[in-house]
Design a binder for this molecule. Sequence first.
Ligand code: HEM
Length: 477
Amino acid sequence: MEALTFPSYLLPLLLLPFSLYLFSIIRRKSSDDRKNLPPGSRGWPVVGENIKFALLGPEKFIKDRMEKHSPEVFQTSLLGERVATFCGAKGNKFLFTNGNKLVTSWWPQSMKKVLSFPEFVDSNLKVDSALKRTLHRDVFTPEALKRHVAVMDALAREHLERHWKPNSVVKVLGLSRKYTFELACRVFLSEVDPVRIQKLSDPFNMVSEGMISVPLDLPGTAYNRAIKGGKLVREELMRIIQERRKELMEKPERRDLLSKMLLLRDDDGRPLNEKQICNDIIGSLVASYDTTSSALTSVINYLAQLPHIYNQVFKEQMAIAESKGPNELLTWDDIEKMKYSWNVVRESMRLTPPAAGAFREATTEFSYAGFTIPKGWKTFWTVHSSHKNPDYFPEPERFDPSRFEGSGPPPYTFVPFGGGPRMCAGREYARLEMLVMMHNVVTRFKLEKVIPNEKINYHASPTPVYGLPLHLHPHKK
Ligand code: HEM
């Protein structure tokens, strides 16, 4: 048999791509050396430090690297990008105050693929200015927020009636998700039909569970399910949007986020693109869903775990309940009396922050703490680098709501909602939503954990692994 011989003249052709690859690495390395980049590790080729981030969770990942590399800024590689992680109050301040000057908002391509229509995936998924304008000017104005308190309370009561049965065991995470999602459907879309809500919430859960998993779009992966879920959510929302467009032609009533966006006109007097409106509504649902339900679950967890904190909250909330008739809904003035309860929520968000931080992209090369951040690099500010710093929060592991009394912690140290021009647009809405639910739960039940030391996993937000099962003990009359 004739031996298979390799034609030697092809060897240079085969070696050429490999040589070019090596050359590009060496060139990049020497230009990196010249630049005095932040210290750190880029982990393994392709996967970077994604796996370590997922295994350790954001808090430990960041703490280890601050100790090993630099307490001010370190580099890592996440989601296929080189990322400069800015640390501490100084790092937070730098990124919050330089928004739009040195950095711009940035979302991973893998998330855009789940959330957006395909034609929007390559564009910069900024939180659209029309959305922010509508949220700030219409949906989250102080007047509108005051009206939302009663809607929140009515829904919380309905929920407790249906799902929080006295003397039963409930899983708080699932119920918090249900409450926050139904509330968002009511406030953003005026959608109250349970069948329609389910048609949105089922695929939305697929999105939320897989959106930031390893972006492997293969059958059976969480990421693949998230992509399918995103498509179903967009289809259902587009049906709602088109029906509403017809209704508004007969009666132009600006009653919720959706109708306000449909009635908005651009500078040339044209209505906004429906697909863009759909993207924006999905953006609002994503921004509000995991964060608020995780925050609410954590607060209830601390209340069940710490009787002395529970008792103080109970006293405050019962005083409010007793000042009202049995069917009288909560008002803004009642919320203003929930001072201790709000400090409990803040302390819970300090110890278990619902969001780890946020990405930006450097629009120009700049220096920070003596290091160069090249144009195009991603930056990340992080709650975990300041929330447990003993200089700002003595005995940082201790649950102590009194830290927030008086002038509270120094600026840029407590940042669950971010800061600067991109600070969370829904923070006040989230505050009301959590306090209203807390009022309803605490005034009805004493809480007992079924699994005393239930582990917390970091998914999109921190979540108890078994969903926080609790025994509900009704108060003795
Ligand atoms: C406890 C609940 C919540 C937490 C902890 C939270 C946290 C955050 C954080 C950390 C950011 C990123 C800020 C940055 O990019 O630097 C953000 C942005 C945002 N959040 Fe929230 N959020 C919560 C609830 C909500 C709710 C209920 C809404 C309602 C729609 C909402 C809407 C938004 C929007 C629209 C943005 C983008 C702001 C922008 O880029 O200008 N959030 N949130």
